[in-house]
Write a protein that binds this ligand. Sequence first.
Ligand SMILES: [Zn+2]
Length: 238
Amino acid sequence: MPARIALGGIEAEVVFKDIRNVHLTVLPPNGRVRISAPTHMALDTVRVFALSKLAWIKNQRRSMAEQEREPSREYLERESHYVWGRRYLLKLVETDGPQTVMLRHRTLVLAVKQGADLTAREAVLSRWYRDQVRERAGSLAAVWSRTLGLDVPRLHVQHMKTKWGSCSPIRRAIRLNTELAKKPPGCLEYIVVHELVHLLEPTHNDRFKALMRMFLPDWEDRRRELSALPVRHEDWDY
Ligand SMILES: [Zn+2]
């Protein structure tokens, strides 16, 4: 059971873990505050730390509230779906063969079995998105690892609620969000480079920023493009 502390009018949950530093996260969509703290840290110390970040927490919650929500999808005819930053209209077709996705001009053709419900349609499309990210990220990671003088890390692509990507320097692995397939390709490249640079520099310090500037001079523009939709962060810790 996580402990709870009150920060002004905001309630935060505190989870004690075997870690060295306090991590504070504001989670979308409602701005829930979660704090991970080292096992032996006193709850009062955690509270003092969190209060020192209160302005930042409020700021995060405000921008989360203002963020445009991604409309929920029903996977119906002529619904808009995005692939690599381009909008397509959904067309449903029935198939006895493999359930798949095809792009034709501005149409995303979703071939599903007869009677496939919303969940089944969503599953086919989200598997396809994952494959898109896996394929493109695979070649990007190969090229960029060479540029950065790294061994190609292991790649995992999955749905993540709060992050576009993450990196585990110890496991030499990077994790990418399936949702990146909906964004312009430059955004995926930015996240791949961002996570790879973490293998050289784990924190977002000046050295990290200097490396990003050197290798991907327009990284801040790409990041802005990414943050125009639901709140997610590039984060390295998992
Ligand atoms: Zn990062």
